[in-house]
Design a protein around this ligand. Structure first.
Ligand code: TRP
Ligand code: ZN
Length: 859
């Protein structure tokens, strides 16, 4: 429910340990949609030192307190204070030694539209407790450094009753669970529903048998197999690569339809957004399959990085999220193409994290203040957090990384740890001083790395200058250590100096390579060795040379990307450009020896948002319409020049036989649909029309539909999908989003309004809401329409959503995070929309924090 009272800012510096420890938590939950009873017993032990302290428990206004005792006796009323957010039992009413606090509360899951705490989703009771949802279930010290074992009894007539840990006993209408691993309450979970399981079994390498279940709604079993396969692969991989085994007798995954994020790593009972579990060739795309595999792995990997070792406080969120993202990225690289995965990750990082860093919401991977923690589950904490670990690994080497991680698991198992603990482990394992490195955790902003070079007497000298633009609250930033991976390529295209890591530690620094024959071309920031922006004066011919010859696949792709971006930024400013790009890209597309997925990545032009980021970084005000046209024009030119080649690729890459989501088949399809997208610019949508009609898989059908929609010819195809899949929520989410995403920009907001008026726009469902609003936000020129229609539509719905689900409203408000970069007219519209939201009475803390940070930046 919306919180009306603004909560004071929380500061990292204010951390104090909780003055009690918890020996055990026992819960007895009797489920009923409107009147669930939660009885809790907390075995508390006062800290040994210091004066007697009040017992402060978190607990929202939604808890109806029915009973409260200490060691079986109710404290007198004047020893208990209750506010909207807390329950305090005064020290005077507490024993000096261990005692048991027992409470009983009544809650209303059916009324919970915020999907935080215990709620109902399509008849299934489920919970979401990270970050601070447990306080909506019972009174409790809701902070990650208070850990204990849980014993839970669930009572309900529903057939499947689940909680964390191992099953202990069950009977008619009840089940008891015990989790032997101490955990903070944000990892608590409970599920009850009419569910069916896809089941399997895994034996850990030390011989522990584990029952695996993926629980779904009856009828969805045939779409849960891929999730199960992904789980088994993840369990194996973590044993082989990190030496980490699973530690309970069961591992349960439950898919639910209403979920605020992707998935949640509750101990032994992961809860997933159904879109990250359910997949069949007819309903899911290759990208969906890849995401399912990665997120199943991500949540599973949290069992060690997050659960066995958790965070001391929420400022340390990137300790578990950055590391777990890094691990799931490694997993995907091992299972699929490492080169393709790296390019995909960098693309996401740039589109989301660089964008965040460039705007009013910029913050470091470890922030030191927040108002609402849910607003900090960001690309910076997750994706940049992972990049920072990648740099650490580069600096200490694979061996050093392995030693440090072994030490981390060894030293901190069972702890609620900090970033300082994490860095100390690396220092102790490798002997390296990481004090300068730690700035990556505390300083916001994307460093800009300016490079120049000189050539004399067989010596190539590379000079780098680093600077980081100011971000909110951080005007000046000292130099950071930046690992720059560099290789040198001779004039004939052969590598003359293989990859070497240059460790930059100063604001400005030179590195010399001597004893060279002819002047080589430097390949810089190979593998994207640091999350920085490189500025380098390089002519298009040299970029084309790198695109043709670089042995590092990332750098090769990057050379093509830079060619494309330099052409697109020129074109967007009304200047002609692009000839070199069009020529060079043809050679690459024709290279049949290269991985088709890699060729597809090279054929896909940078998105409009990425072009805007580049222009903004150059101090140029991006014009969304000009960017849209520039991109369309360059794509058309590419296609006209390489028409035959693209047409051959389109035909050659057809995959025959039954659908398989494996990397090779997906790679072929990705190249095929990249060609389709380009050919659609000149063939009037002919191929797309045919493909939509005959394709048996959703990957090709969606790609074809996008082409048709862009041409304004999608109506028939939309109707076909509606007839076929009107009852399938996940497909209908795609149906909603693609229409706005692929709409011609001038129509986008109107189409969004029409869709929002449909009966099946079930806006309280986060996936459906995100499909429509996120679809519009992803249509760069549509969202930023000069008349403000995109902003107004979005603001209307943020206001509506905020009253039901503040987390979703606040998250979606980031559609506005780039508003200060546009022209005066757009800024005026955006500011008006943001101020309209800000002026709302009863606005949630979540949305209020986001909107006020965004407005402040425009002042
Ligand atoms: N910890 C989860 C993950 O990274 C994500 C998460 C955080 C979450 N808060 C949430 C999921 C709220 C759902 C709702 O995997
Ligand atoms: Zn996570």
């Amino acid at each position: 429910m919306p919180q009306t009272k603004p909560q004071p800012v929380q500061y990292l510096a204010d951390y104090r340990p909780y003055p009690f420890t918890l020996a055990e938590t026992r819960l007895d939950v009797t489920l009923a949609p409107r009147d669930t009873r939660v009885r809790a017993e907390l075995d508390l032990v006062p800290a040994l030192t210091g004066a007697a302290r009040d017992l402060v428990l978190d607990g929202g206004a939604g808890l109806r307190l029915l009973a409260l005792t200490i060691d079986g006796v109710a404290p007198s009323e004047d020893h208990v204070t209750r506010t909207d957010e807390r329950l305090t039992i005064h020290a005077a009413a507490l024993p000096r030694g261990p005692f048991t606090l027992a409470t009983e509360v009544a809650i209303d899951p059916a009324d919970n539209t915020a999907f935080e705490g215990l709620y109902l989703s399509g008849g299934i009771f489920c919970t979401q407790c990270e970050a601070e949802g447990f306080r909506h279930i019972t009174f409790y010290p809701d902070r990650p450094d208070v850990m204990t074992t849980f014993r839970v009894t669930v009572r309900s007539d529903l057939p499947v009753l689940l909680s964390n840990g191992n099953p202990v006993a069950s009977g008619d209408g009840w089940a008891e669970w015990h989790d032997p691993w101490p955990k903070p309450c944000y990892l608590f979970a409970l599920v009850a529903g009419d569910l069916v399981a896809v089941s399997d079994r895994f034996t850990t390498r030390s011989g522990r048998p584990v029952d695996l279940n993926v629980w779904v709604r009856p009828g969805d079993q045939d779409r849960a197999g891929f999730a199960m396969e992904s789980l088994i692969k993840s369990m194996k991989w973590d044993e082989e690569v990190y030496g980490r085994e699973y530690d309970l007798d069961v591992f349960n995954i439950v898919a639910v339809e209403d979920f605020n994020m992707g998935a949640m790593e509750n101990k032994g009972l992961n809860i997933f957004n159904s879109k990250l579990v359910l997949a069949s060739p007819e309903t899911a795309t290759d990208t969906d399959y890849e995401r399912i595999e990665a997120v199943i792995a991500h949540e599973y990997f949290h069992n060690w990085t997050g659960n066995r070792i958790t965070c001391r406080d929420w400022f340390q969120l990137c300790l578990k999220e950055g590391l777990t993202v890094f691990r799931d990225q490694q997993f995907t690289s091992d299972l699929r193409s490492a080169a393709v995965k790296r390019v995909e990750d960098v693309q996401t990082l740039r589109a989301r994290q660089f964008r965040e860093d460039q705007g009013p919401l910029a913050h470091p991977p470890r922030p030191d203040r927040y108002e609402e923690i849910n607003n900090f589950y960001t690309a910076t904490v997750y994706e940049k957090g992972a990049e920072v670990i990648g740099m650490l690994k580069t600096l200490v080497g694979d061996e050093g990384y392995r030693r440090a991680l072994d030490l981390y698991f060894d030293r901190h198992d069972g702890d609620a740890a900090t970033i300082e603990d994490w860095l100390k482990v690396f220092e102790d394992a490798t002997g390296r001083d990481l004090s300068q490195f730690s700035r990556w955790y505390t300083d916001a902003g994307t460093p800009i790395l300016e490079m120049s070079e000189t050539w004399q007497d067989g010596t190539l000298t590379l000079t780098f200058a680093q600077s980081t633009p100011p971000t909110p609250g951080q005007p000046d930033k000292p130099a950071r250590v930046i690992p720059i991976a560099v290789g040198l390529i001779g004039p004939n295209g052969d590598e003359v100096v293989p990859t070497r890591i240059l460790e930059m530690t100063e604001a400005r620094q030179s590195f010399a390579f001597d004893g060279l024959g002819a002047r080589p071309v430097a390949s810089v920031l190979r593998g994207f060795s640091a999350p920085v922006m490189v500025r380098r004066d390089l002519d298009d011919a040299t970029r084309a040379f790198l695109l043709a010859h670089d042995s590092d696949p990332f750098a090769r792709w990057e050379a093509g990307r830079e060619l494309a971006l330099s052409a697109l930024t020129e074109l967007a400013q009304g200047r002609d450009a692009g000839a070199d790009y069009v020529e060079a890209i043809g050679a690459l597309a024709a290279d049949g020896s290269a991985d088709p997925a890699f060729r597809a990545l090279c054929l896909n032009l940078p998105g409009e948002e990425e072009i805007a980021i580049r222009l903004a970084a150059q101090g140029i005000t991006p014009d969304p319409d000009a960017i849209h046209d520039a991109r369309g024009n360059l794509a058309r030119r590419m296609t006209l020049t390489h028409q035959e080649l693209l047409s051959d690729i389109y035909d050659d890459m057809a995959v025959t036989g039954p659908y398989s989501p494996d990397a090779d088949a997906a790679a072929r399809r990705s190249l095929r649909i990249a060609s389709l997208g380009l050919l659609g610019r000149i063939d009037g949508g002919e191929r797309a029309e045919v493909l939509f009609g005959i394709a048996g898989n959703m990957t090709e059908r969606m790609a074809a539909l996008a082409v048709l929609l862009r041409l304004g010819q999608g109506d028939a195809a939309l109707q076909v999908l509606l007839d076929q899949f009107g009852g399938n929520r996940l497909v209908m989410d795609k149906w909603f989003s693609i229409q706005v995403m692929a709409a011609p920009p001038q129509n986008a907001a109107r189409i969004a309004r029409d869709l929002a008026a449909r009966d099946d726009f079930d806006w309280k469902n986060p996936n459906r809401f995100r499909a429509l609003l996120g679809g519009l936000a992803a249509n760069h020129a549509g969202f930023h329409a000069a008349d403000g229609s995109g902003y107004d539509f979005t603001a209307d719905w943020l206001i509506r959503m905020d009253a039901a689900n503040p987390q979703i409203a606040a998250r979606m408000s980031t559609a506005f995070e780039t508003w200060p970069r546009y022209d005066a007219e757009r800024r005026a519209h955006a500011r008006a929309a943001l101020e309209r939201i800000a002026s709302l009475e009863g606005l949630s803390r979540n949305t209020r924090e986001m909107v006020s940070r965004m407005i402040a930046a425009g002042r």
